[in-house]
Structures are given as C-alpha cells and as structure tokens.
Design a protein around this ligand. Structure first.
Ligand code: RIB
Ligand code: CA
Length: 325
C-alpha cells in the first residue's frame, strides 16, 4: 500500500491528541511531521502536549515543530476553558524534555511541501498556513490535499452563533487561506461542525474502549474527563464531541463524509467574525474553493477509530452498533 505523506498542523488540545493517536495508528499515513499552532493553548503548551502524545504512541521519532505564537491580527484567545489548564484535560502528564527543532513550523512546512507529494491536515487555527502563504506561497501551492477541521455550514457556531473556534480564533488567517485557495484553484476539505458534532465519545464507548484495551482506554479517559465535564456543564451532553479525529479519518477514507463543493469566504470583522460563509447557491458565481462536508456516519467513524487504535478488525467491533447514539 502506498502511504500518503502528511503534515498534521494542530493545537493539542484534547481532540487534537485523539486525532494524533488515530493518525499514528493508520498504516495508510506517513506522518512526516507535526506542526503546532497557538489555539486551544499557547504554542509552547501545544508543543509539550504533542510530545506527550508522541511518547505515549512510541513515536518520538516524528519531528514536532513550534509555530505561530499569536493570530495574524486578532488578539489571541485560548480554549483552555474547554481543554483544561494543561490543554490536555488536566491530566497533567509528565513533561517530555527536549526534541526542540532548529527551524520553526512554517520553515519546516515550506521545506517539506516543496519536495512535493505531501498533504496537510489542519486541526487548529490556520495561522501557520497563512504565514506559509506570506513567506513561501509556492510551498502552499504544492500542498497535495488540504483537509481542515473548522468552520460550519448550517450547524451553529461554538464561539458565537455563527463561528467555529479554529476560524474564529484567527479569522484573518483562515480568510487568507480560503482566498488563496480560490485564487490558485485549490479546494479545502472543510470538516466542520455540521459533521463533527455527530462524533460523540460517550461513557459507554469509553467503557468499551477500556474493556478492549485497558491501557489506551484509561489514557483516553484521563485526557477526556475534563472534556466530559465541560460538555455536561455547557451543553448538558453526556459525552464529548471529538472534532479533530474525524478530519484524520476522512483524509484516509473520503467516503466517511459527504457534502458539496462551494465558494467559501471567512468573515474577518463585525458580529459574524470567523463565520465560514458558504455560497451553496452560487450567488457570487465564483469557482469552488471548498468541499463542504455535511453528512457522516458515526458508527463507521468509531469502527475506524477503535479498529486502527486497537489494531482490531472492524468486523470484531460489532458491539459498537448498539453503543452509537
Ligand atoms: O471548534 C473545534 C476545534 O477547535 C477543534 O479543532 C478543537 O481542538 C479546537 O481547536
Ligand atoms: Ca484542534
């Protein structure tokens, strides 16, 4: 099988961490490097948490790079209220010293992308990608495929009535990426809240994971407990929406989500700042720069997630059907 080379740009972050665990368990992927952007937590925290996940997965051979410390223009606003004081559900896992790199994330991305044949899965604010466009536009143009967890079409926002965190936290960065994609004829696969809200890790699913693999299950429990509490407090939801892993799963299996192509812009000011404005009716008569995902299959996702993570054949995960809401 030819493995797809990818850079994962992220802000770990609880769901980013689950996404990294999934990506590192997928034989279809060759994770060339991990780039950290300020988002859920400050970039140093994301770097620290990324190393903790790489250590847990026995993959500290994968280089990890610190990226942008603040958004393009907007004041930096973290999501530590959701991800805990350590950005990893207040699991306070032991630090992994070292692994500093001689270049920053944007310099690394430019060098890796210019080699060709490399895609990007973006799981946080798009600041690193926007700076890449400014400093090495030819490298951005070489991105094979760009999958972004972010935005929303008909689903309501999670930072305002209309805006999703990744695009709201750095709207100018997201706007530049979508504008550039439109200009050069690239399409961004937008794995937004319309589909990720359907991916809910519930207590039953967590218990099943622990029964199948106590070590990994207890690790996932340790980093998601805070997330469960947050979802109960703010949305009276028993469980937690794990957004980022769906973007990784979709990158590997495009049939996992369905949607449509449309021209999309990101609002950079006013009450709707950060909104992904999807021109589904083609009012602007602009060429599509987005593949907007609107439908997914949670059972298929969790079969993939558990199957890859636990190295279990999906047909042996038949209990999942009863556990999926
Ligand atoms: O809105 C959800 C997204 O914002 C996820 O990527 C989460 O990790 C945060 O970055
Ligand atoms: Ca994220």
């Amino acid at each position: 099988m030819e493995r797809k080379k990818v850079i994962i740009d992220c802000d770990p972050g609880i769901d980013d961490s689950l996404a990294l665990m999934l990506a590192l368990s997928m034989e279809e992927l060759l994770v060339a490097g991990i780039t950290i952007v300020c988002g859920n937590g400050p970039v140093d925290m994301g770097f620290s948490n990324g190393k903790k996940i790489l250590k847990k997965m026995g993959r500290l051979d994968i280089p990890i790079f610190k990226g942008e410390e603040k958004p393009m223009k907007k004041e930096y606003v973290s999501a530590l209220d959701t991800h805990g004081a350590d950005g990893l559900g207040e699991s306070f896992l032991p630090e992994v010293p070292g692994y500093e790199q001689p270049v920053n994330a944007v310099e690394y991305m430019a060098g890796e992308l210019l080699k060709g044949g490399c895609s990007v899965i973006a799981l946080g604010p798009m600041t690193n990608l926007a700076r890449l466009i400014e400093r090495a536009p030819e490298a951005f143009a070489r991105i094979e495929e760009l999958v972004s967890m972010g935005g929303n079409y008909r689903s309501h926002g999670n930072c305002s009535p209309v805006a999703e965190y990744n695009y709201w936290a750095d709207p100018h960065g997201a706007a530049l990426v979508y504008q550039t994609a439109a200009r050069i004829g690239k399409r961004i696969h937008m794995v937004g809240l319309d589909v990720t809200r359907k991916i809910v890790l519930t207590p039953d699913l967590l218990e099943y994971l622990k029964r199948l693999n106590r070590d990994l299950g207890e690790f996932v429990q340790a980093i998601t407990k805070f997330y469960f509490d947050f979802h109960w407090e703010w949305e009276h939801l028993i469980g937690c929406v794990i957004n980022d892993p769906l973007a990784v799963a979709y990158f590997v299996d495009r049939t996992l989500c369905e949607g449509f192509e449309a021209y999309t812009e990101i609002e950079t000011e006013g009450i709707s700042i950060g909104q992904s404005v999807v021109d589904a009716q083609n009012f602007y008569r602009r060429k599509a720069n987005g593949v907007i995902l609107t439908r997914t299959d949670p059972e298929r996702f969790f079969k993939m997630f558990f199957g890859r993570l636990l190295k279990v054949e999906e047909q042996d995960l038949d209990l999942l059907k009863k556990l999926i809401r």
